[in-house]
Design a protein around this ligand. Structure first.
Ligand code: SAH
Length: 206
């Protein structure tokens, strides 16, 4: 059994490390991948999607600087692992997923672990979730081609957004935005690799 969480020099927030230590990652991955759940790597979760690498989950969560009363929006629920980490640290977590089966399974896992502050919705995260805006934190776990205007609009004053931006498969960078005086100030945190944020409107069923 490897050291868990791994000793990441970049992750200094004790609350984030404690959340990673508490959440059982193996509960979120398919049975055939469970023996790899405590390795610092992404794993397949079905539907061509992946559970993010734990280091990236920790880095994005730390960069959100959440408080216990924060309201957070996540785009890309996936298996719900990042959702659980957010639920450990924030007040309420709203999460949007475009694949209904992933959202349903994430809901079952999160309910099975006893989380009551998580709210899931099936839909296109490009539009955010306006009904519960503004959000103190917004985290996007799939790479967008550009900054989604709806998400910037749904960010609270002093709120932070973490989002990978770039084309599918390559040349993606993780960005942090902070809203001050109604304007979002953007900072690049480094290269990353995420599955693409899909546009359901443009796609036809196979
Ligand atoms: N945080 C998740 C990451 C899953 S990968 C985890 O660790 O499990 C990214 C997720 O974004 C996938 O589940 C994918 O289906 C979802 N996604 C892609 N495009 C989307 C969109 N437009 N709206 C909402 N979710 C989307």
């Amino acid at each position: 059994m490897p050291t868990w969480p791994p000793r990441w020099t970049e992750i200094t927030d004790a609350a984030v490390l404690a959340a990673i230590a508490r959440v059982p990652r193996h509960r979120f991955v398919p049975p055939e991948w469970q023996e790899h759940a405590y390795e610092d790597r992404p794993l397949p979760i079905g539907h061509g999607q992946t559970i993010s690498q734990p280091f990236i989950v920790a880095l994005m969560t730390q960069s959100l600087a959440l408080k216990s009363e924060s309201k957070v929006l996540e785009i890309g629920t996936g298996c719900g692992y990042q959702t659980a980490i957010l639920a450990e640290l924030a007040g309420e977590v709203y999460s949007v997923e475009v694949v209904p089966d992933l959202s349903r399974r994430a809901g079952e896992t999160l309910a099975g672990l006893g989380y009551t502050n998580v709210h899931l919705r099936v839909g296109d995260g490009w539009d955010g979730w306006p009904q519960h805006a503004p959000y103190d934190g917004i985290i996007v776990t799939a790479a967008a081609a550009e900054w989604p205007p709806a998400l910037l609009a749904q960010l609270a004053e002093d709120g932070r957004i973490l989002i990978p931006i770039g084309p599918a498969g390559w040349d993606q960078f993780l960005w942090q935005g902070v809203k001050r005086g109604g304007e979002v100030h953007k900072r690049c945190l480094g290269p990353v690799r995420f599955v693409p944020l899909v546009s359901p409107d443009l796609e036809t069923e196979p």
